[in-house]
Design a protein around this ligand. Structure first.
Ligand code: IVH
Length: 674
């Protein structure tokens, strides 16, 4: 074959590749997003051309060529993806001194007087890993736990800033890392839409970005206008560049949006750049929550290595929460889920941290008095990340009048209680107070809890106001025929809501526990409780002592959980939920559940020969048993070793089951623990 012919063949191959890519994109627009960008006729013409050229080329046609596949196979939603190189997080600094210390450590390790840094804004969004093989985007994954993330490929493809193909010379495998975020403009538009459709507005652009990236339906992601900035690379980084600055240049050349960066070779310059950016941040059009200082040379980064899952070569220098001034026009009292009545300042609207703010919390009456907030006063307001806006301090006395603290609940009229040692005042009405009930319902259905889509605030208000719902359990026994008559609730919405509720009948135990809205039990504690006890039954049986064995659960939380699960009204609600078919999934393995000791209260006494007390305790816990210090009527089994004393006597008195070490060993063996 002459030169000419080989050149033609290369051209042909390129054309075939380009057509395959183009058609894959159109498949995605058509099948995944439901939004074709070309007509069917144009699509067919391209597909026919590809088929013809593949034949002319005469090479085996790969299975994934659009001529061989129908439509675009959606990626398996949220399937786990192991990152080629772990995704680390950054150590934070809040003061200049911490930055000075960081620079000193870096210089010490490198054995130099100065080090060169690259300074980048720290975008407040969420990290994503884009894996390219031979220049093609094969998948996108969230950060997850840093080693394994979740596949969000279809959603990432809907972000215009993310290229599907990289031009030119690309390493065979390249992991591009960056931040998915939502601009202030996209955020404002999204919340307008949410409100117009009776859906919950998002608290801030980062939550909105996170919620949008983890949509099951990529069409929703596509509508939400997410953006992306690249700031690094995992696998393949070293093949692209030998410094952070050079890497960012290469990424920009591939078509990725990259932020403006600055370079500095001493700490004074770092701090100067920080002060400049602190003033510029509000004009950016998207949220940044600090700057990142990165040692520029990769060789130096490698020498510095990492500690505790953060690189020693980088530091996030956080900005303080943004503060603005406005005026208090009124103070209203809001009743929360647990009955706490919170003073909320109504403000002349201002923009702070990228969102329009017209209300800010005053926390509790004591705080309000301490800060001497008066009606009409000018105040300083701040919004920090996730936190709801708060009034920081009063700047003048306004009209001079202090707001009055209510003595009865502004919603149900029940009297207000002020407990010793507590700053909050509370409504005594419990769930008979419509406000508390509405808040509990909103919490129960929220994203992090049972995640019932389509049950917005307006609908909850109406369900409560019309007396159709008196507890969260009533959601599973709604009179749908009555709802069908309501304005604004078409057959489709009702069907969706029914399906959404049905989907939550087998929640994970941790979601369920969180959804119950127990005081002091956030999502993290709920997970710890679920993992420790494994089943709702075991959790319901746990006493304060057992609860305190859960990592992260102290006396206050344990008391709150115990009080919740002994309160008759709460137990009735849980029973009703079960009666309506809501059964949280158990979290212990089947083997553990099947074991005769699972969920049993066990007391060890006397000395064991073959096991230490500690080993025995750990192995019993691994089987789902609860190991207690003292014998009571609730004890299921007492394991008595040699020289067992008073505990054994008590067990005999109570007629409890008593076994010896041999029996314990047999049980452990049965479980395959030996
Ligand atoms: S570098 C090993 N650069 O901050 C370095 N991160 O707390 C890993 N982030 O998970 C990240 N802007 O989501 C880096 N310019 C930037 C960043 C940035 C935002 C986020 C990212 C990361 C988190 C670390």
């Amino acid at each position: 074959m002459g030169h000419r012919a080989r050149g033609d063949e290369a051209d042909l191959r390129r054309r075939v590749m380009a057509l395959r890519e183009e058609l894959r994109r159109h498949n995605y627009y058509y099948y995944v997003l439901d939004r074709p960008r070309i007509s069917d006729a144009e699509y067919d013409a391209k597909l026919r051309e590809l088929a013809r050229l593949e034949q002319v080329l005469g090479e085996p046609v790969p299975e994934d060529s659009p001529t061989q596949t129908v439509g675009a196979p959606p990626s398996e939603k949220f399937a786990p993806r192991r990152h080629g190189v772990p995704m680390l997080s950054l150590a934070n600094a809040f003061s200049e001194q911490e930055v000075i210390d960081f620079d000193r450590r870096v210089c010490e390790v490198l054995g130099r007087a100065h080090c060169r840094y690259l300074v980048e804004p720290k975008i407040d969004g969420l990290a994503i890993n884009l894996r390219y093989e031979h220049g093609h985007l094969v998948y996108a994954a969230t950060r997850g736990d840093g080693r394994v993330g979740e596949d969000v490929s279809d959603n990432a493809r809907a972000i215009d800033d993310i290229p599907w193909d990289l031009p030119g010379d690309v390493p065979p495998v390249l992991e591009v890392r960056g931040e998915v975020y939502m601009s202030h403009a996209a955020f404002a538009a999204l919340n307008r839409w949410q409100q117009a459709h009776g859906e919950r507005p998002f608290a801030n652009p980062r939550n909105a970005a996170a919620g949008s990236l983890r949509q099951l339906d990529a069409r929703i992601t596509a509508r939400r206008g997410l953006s992306f900035f690249a700031y690094g690379a995992g696998l393949g980084a070293r093949q692209l560049a030998d410094s952070q600055a050079a890497l960012l240049r290469r990424l920009r050349a591939f078509g990725f949006p990259v932020q403006t960066t600055e370079s500095a070779d001493n700490v004074a310059k770092l701090l100067r750049i920080y002060r400049e950016w602190r003033g510029k941040r509000s004009a950016l059009g998207y949220d940044i929550d600090g700057l990142v200082y990165k040692v520029n040379a990769f060789a130096d980064q490698e020498r510095l290595g990492e500690v505790a899952r953060s690189p020693r070569w980088a530091l996030a220098h956080k900005f303080p929460a943004e503060e603005v001034t406005t005026r208090v026009t009124d103070v209203i009292w809001q009743v929360g889920r647990t009955g706490a009545i919170t003073p909320v300042a109504v403000l002349e609207p201002v923009r702070v941290g990228g969102v329009q703010v017209s209300r800010a919390t005053l926390h509790n009456p004591d705080e309000m008095r301490r800060k001497e907030i008066r009606l009409g006063a000018r105040v300083s307001v701040r919004r920090a990340g996730d936190v709801i806006p708060e009034v920081v301090c009063a700047l003048d006395a306004g009209e001079g009048r202090l707001p009055e603290v209510p003595t009865s609940c502004p919603v149900c009229g029940a009297h207000v209680i002020h407990q010793e040692g507590e700053a909050a005042i509370r409504c005594s009405g419990g769930l008979s107070c419509a406000a508390q009930l509405k808040e509990s319902l909103a919490h129960f259905v929220s994203r992090e809890a049972m995640d019932v889509e389509g049950l917005g605030r307006k609908l909850i208000d109406r369900l409560v106001d019309e007396g159709m719902v008196h507890s969260v359990a009533d959601l599973y026994a709604l009179d749908w025929s009555r709802l069908a008559a309501w304005e604004g609730l078409g057959a489709k919405k009702i069907a969706n809501l029914r399906a959404a509720l049905a989907r939550t009948r087998q929640p994970s135990l941790s979601r369920f526990v969180y959804a119950l809205g127990i005081r002091h039990v956030g999502a993290v504690t709920a997970r710890a409780l679920a993992e420790h006890f494994g089943s709702l039954e075991a959790l319901l049986r746990a006493d304060v002592e057992a609860l305190q064995q859960v990592p992260g659960v102290g006396p206050e939380v344990a008391a709150s959980v115990h009080a919740f699960f002994t309160e008759p009204h709460n137990l009735a609600v849980i029973d009703a939920l079960r009666a309506h078919g809501v059964h949280p999934r158990e979290t212990v393995s089947r083997r553990q559940r099947a074991h005769p000791l699972a969920g049993k209260n066990v007391v060890l006494t006397g000395s064991l020969e073959r096991l230490t007390r500690r080993e025995a305790t750990e192995r019993l816990r691994a089987l789902g048993a609860q190991v207690r210090a003292s014998v009571s009527a609730k004890t299921d089994v007492v394991v008595a070793g040699a020289k067992a004393g008073s505990k054994l006597h008590k067990a005999q008195e109570l007629g409890l089951r008593i076994v010896d070490e041999q029996q314990l060993l047999r049980w452990l063996e049965e479980a395959g623990e030996d």
